[in-house]
Design a protein around this ligand. Structure first.
Ligand code: C6P
Length: 439
């Protein structure tokens, strides 16, 4: 049975002696410059410096992104693709420049392959709706994994109900690693699409997607990669991977909320039907029928999120200047350190692979007998932001046999000192609960 903080008799965090704060090391100094770029990292929460470890939910934003949005509204605000006036042209070229920047960021051959949506969820729904509704027939199969986020499950549930397709799942083992020995029996000529996450948001597992893409293509199936947790953290090259679709979100990679990206191979985007109808996506319209524009505009009905897309462009600039390889290296080192430190604590159960080479900067854990929400609440009192719950992966949690986990997720601006402080504060959680149990 887990103890619930809301059931009473539990001392406040202030009743427990203060843990000493760890002095900043050289590593932290090197990253001070980076941290200075993020105004929110200077905040105090309950009088303590914010330690933001909820980057898998959304990342923080540098000045340059915040400024790009403000500058756009102050100088260039206009609707795009329709006006003939100066501002409309300026806004259109700024918006379309981000499409080119996005294509370059993921090494897409053609910027017409980049569709802007509201978020990663909408990007996956777009692929399911526009490709799946047109091309799937009863009896066709889609192969997913047991570790998918709800965003990469529910759109396929819709198609299962509507089109009579079947869903199959690659299982994962006790370490949270996909069991690829099952692939030969799961993949067949009936498999039309394999849709899977590159990095699990609940386990941190980095999946061997290149190998899976090759196996799927051998059977004639397409592959959609959910890159929500990978594109922000490591270099992704769609041509090298040869994936057919890639979905991700701006807000997890320094950009604003309200912008998602679907990359698709151009021949697929040309063959698929539109997702939504309305202004901007048409060629000609009569009262009773219409013809459509070319991709990407065919998929971008109505006025898009212009300002935030331009903000996303500034985020891409920031990531390019920092270097995705550098970001990957920094996070790998932080994860190696965190996994080592966490595994030394016997009362902490850490989920996901032990090997930091296949474990991204997402540490999902439970403290024996303590509800993850209580862990999150007490850490919050220490100024530490983590996420607690099922992380939109209920089937995965069911398989782990838990209702949820506590989850600390890193970005390149996090430091080893912050990981140490997290561990010290976890000790405080134990003290609070052991104190309560003893009373
Ligand atoms: N995961 C998390 O805290 P949106 O919300 O559309 O930007 O991203 C959806 C999504 C899709 N796939 C994966 C693997 C994800 O992790 C997410 C978002 C957040 O883990 C919010 S639930």
């Amino acid at each position: 049975m887990m103890t619930d903080i809301h059931s009473g008799n539990i001392p406040a965090a202030s009743d427990i002696p203060e843990t000493s704060r760890v002095p900043a090391s050289d590593g932290a100094k090197i990253f001070k410059k980076t941290r200075d770029d993020f105004p929110i990292l200077k905040r105090k929460i309950y009088g303590k410096p914010l330690i933001y470890l909820d980057n898998a939910a959304t990342s923080q934003k540098p000045f340059s992104v915040i400024q790009a949005i403000q500058t756009y509204y102050e100088n260039s605000n206009a609707n795009i693709h329709r006006g003939v006036h100066h501002l409309a042209e300026e806004a259109t070229s700024a918006y379309e420049a981000v499409r080119k920047k996005t294509a370059a960021f993921i090494h897409a051959k053609d910027h017409h392959s980049i569709l802007f949506t509201r978020n990663c969820t909408e990007a996956i729904n777009l692929a399911a709706f526009s490709w799946g509704r047109k091309f799937l027939k009863p009896g066709d199969e889609i192969l997913l994994t047991e570790m998918e986020h709800h965003s990469n499950l529910i759109p396929w549930h819709f198609l299962k109900n509507e089109k009579g397709i079947e869903l199959k799942f690659i299982p994962f083992n006790e370490e949270g690693i996909l069991n690829l020995s099952k692939l030969p029996e799961l993949l067949s000529s009936r498999t039309k699409l394999v849709s899977l996450t590159h990095i699990s948001n609940s386990l941190g597992t980095i999946n061997p997607i290149k190998q899976i893409i090759e196996a799927a293509h051998e059977k004639g199936a397409l592959v959609l990669i959910d890159g929500a947790q990978s594109v922000p953290h490591l270099p992704v090259d769609v041509q090298d991977l040869n994936c057919d679709f890639l979905a991700f979100s701006s807000h997890k990679m320094l950009g604003p909320t309200g912008v998602g990206i679907l990359y698709g191979k151009l021949e697929l985007l040309e063959a698929m039907d539109p997702f939504m109808g309305g202004g901007e996506m048409i060629r000609e319209v009569w009262l009773d029928h219409s013809t459509y524009s070319k991709p990407p505009w065919k998929y971008e009905a109505g006025t898009p999120n212009i300002a935030d897309t331009i903000g996303f462009g500034a985020a891409l600039d920031y990531l390019n200047q920092t270097g995705m390889k550098e970001i990957q290296k920094q996070e790998e080192e932080l994860t190696r350190f965190a996994l080592q430190r966490f595994s030394a604590e016997k009362e902490i159960k850490v989920y996901g692979p032990q090997n930091f080479k296949i474990h991204a900067g997402i540490i999902s854990f439970n403290l024996e007998g303590i509800h993850p929400h209580d862990v999150g609440t007490i850490l919050d009192q220490e100024g530490i932001a983590i996420r607690a719950g099922h992380h939109c992966t209920q089937p995965l949690m069911r398989k782990l046999g838990v209702s949820g986990t506590a989850r600390a997720s890193f970005y390149f601006y996090n430091t080893k000192e912050e990981v140490e402080l997290l561990l010290q504060s976890i000790q405080k959680v134990f003290q609070i609960f052991h104190h309560a149990a003893a009373r």
